[in-house]
Structures are given as C-alpha cells and as structure tokens.
Ligand binder design. Structure first.
Ligand SMILES: C[S@@+](CC[C@H](N)C(=O)[O-])C[C@H]1O[C@@H](n2cnc3c(N)ncnc32)[C@H](O)[C@@H]1O
Length: 227
C-alpha cells in the first residue's frame, strides 16, 4: 500500500517539476523560514559536507549556500526532472545529485554529514518518524539536521488525518499524491530518544493548499559531540 503511494508520489513530482520550479519562488514560504534559522546558528563556517533530502529544483540548497561553503554536497530526489532543473541553477564543485528514494538512499549509505536538510520532503515518506530515528547515524558530531514535517493537527481542516491522498490533473494525466503526517509529541520523543538536542521547534506557514495554509513543523536539531 505505502509502496504504491510512494510510486504515485514519484510519478506526480516527475510531472510537477516545471510547475513546482515556478511556484516555489512565490508560494513556497518555508525556505525563507529556514534562512532565518540558519542565520541564527554559530560556526556555520565549519560545515564541509551537506546532504539535502528531497532537494527538488534546489530552493533549499540555494538557501543553505547563502550561509555555508561546503566542499561536498549530495542532493537526493527521486525525480530526475527535478534534479535536472536543480543542476541548471546550482553548479558548484563537489555537487553530486542522486536520483533515489530518500529511505533507500539512507538505508544504503553510511556517510556522515555536517548539515542535513529535508525541507518539504519528510511528509512524502510513509514513516517520517522512522526516518527521524535513523538520521542520527548520518550526522557528524556537532552536525545539524534542519527539517520540516507536516504535523497532524487535531481539529484543523485538512491536517487532521494521519495521511491524505490528493488527486490532481496535470499535463492531461490524473495523478495522485499522498502526504504522511506525524504527531508533534511523537516527533519530539523520537528525537529525544536519539539524544539529539532540539535547538528550535516551531510551527511555520508552508504553502497555500485548498483554501488554507499548510502548517509545517520546522526543527533545527544538533547532534552533541562526544567528549
Ligand atoms: C515539496 S518539494 C521540496 C523541494 C525543496 N526541498 C524545496 O524546498 O523547494 C519535495 C521534493 O521531494 C521529492 N520527494 C518526495 N518524496 C520523495 C522520496 N520518497 N524520495 C526522494 N525524493 C522525494 C519530490 O520529488 C520533490 O522534489
């Protein structure tokens, strides 16, 4: 069931890529919030390696590159079209694009990164809490993980279910995509169980959907260095 929903999400984002790239500038508010959080962090100059999960057409990486000068950047997205658009915009030495599913990439790679970002990506994987529980082993000591998830907000129209499948007509095709939500309390407990330090944890406006504005949880998390 979840596998077919991930397959549908992939087909949807592959078709959506050019429209997403146009919309992201005006309607996708969350990278501005990421920018504000990055500006508050100290020792960003020590960030050498960056992993961006669900990198889309590069809006998150462009934000990250305003504040850091990494020598190695890995951008993971399962849509080849998204990654092509990203490569048109970002050409820095050390950039590697990986066309893969986020869960599969993380399960098969053990590289550690100074900064991991996942902005607008985790609500598209079927078990965001499981991913949060495994991210620790991909973080360098003192490394940062900056991510969003879509919270399940009881009583709030359009965000009260644990997951929702939406249908859209695009390029003459009927496409489905699914959003998977997480309980804010469970997110906090999962990170605490990993002994990750929660630097900030806020609800932020993400983008308009169906007459309301989707709220994301935006977290900055640090992996304490072992003394
Ligand atoms: C909402 S966009 C966010 C893109 C970018 N981070 C930004 O802020 O503009 C989500 C991206 O995640 C990708 N994506 C969704 N689910 C994925 C998965 N399971 N594995 C890899 N990429 C995924 C989509 O193709 C899309 O490019």
């Amino acid at each position: 069931m979840d596998e077919s929903r991930v397959r549908n999400n992939r087909a949807y984002y592959e078709v959506l890529a050019p429209e997403y790239d146009n919309a992201v500038r005006n309607r996708y508010l969350v990278n501005e919030e990421v920018s504000l959080r990055l500006a508050r962090q100290s020792s960003l100059e020590s960030i050498q390696s960056v992993l961006d999960l669900g990198s889309g057409t590069g809006a998150t990486l462009e934000t990250v590159l305003k504040y850091t000068r990494p020598t190695s950047v890995v951008a993971v997205d399962f849509s080849g079209r998204m990654l092509e658009l990203l490569k048109n915009k970002i050409s820095i030495p050390g950039l590697r694009t990986v066309q893969n599913d986020i869960d599969t990439y993380l399960a098969n790679d053990s590289t550690r990164f100074d900064l991991i970002t996942a902005i607008g990506g985790l609500e598209l994987v079927p078990d965001p809490l499981k991913l949060m529980a495994t991210i620790n082993r991909h973080m360098a000591d003192d490394g940062l993980f900056i991510f969003t998830y879509e919270p399940q907000l009881v009583g709030m129209r359009d965000q009260s279910e644990a997951s929702t499948t939406y249908t859209r007509e695009l390029e003459g095709k009927t496409l489905e995509f699914s959003v998977f939500r997480a309980n804010p309390k469970h997110v906090q407990q999962t990170l605490e169980a990993q002994k990750l330090e929660i630097v900030s944890n806020e609800l932020v406006p993400a983008y308009p959907r169906g007459g309301s504005v989707v709220q994301y949880g935006l977290l900055v998390v640090r992996k304490p260095s072992v003394l």
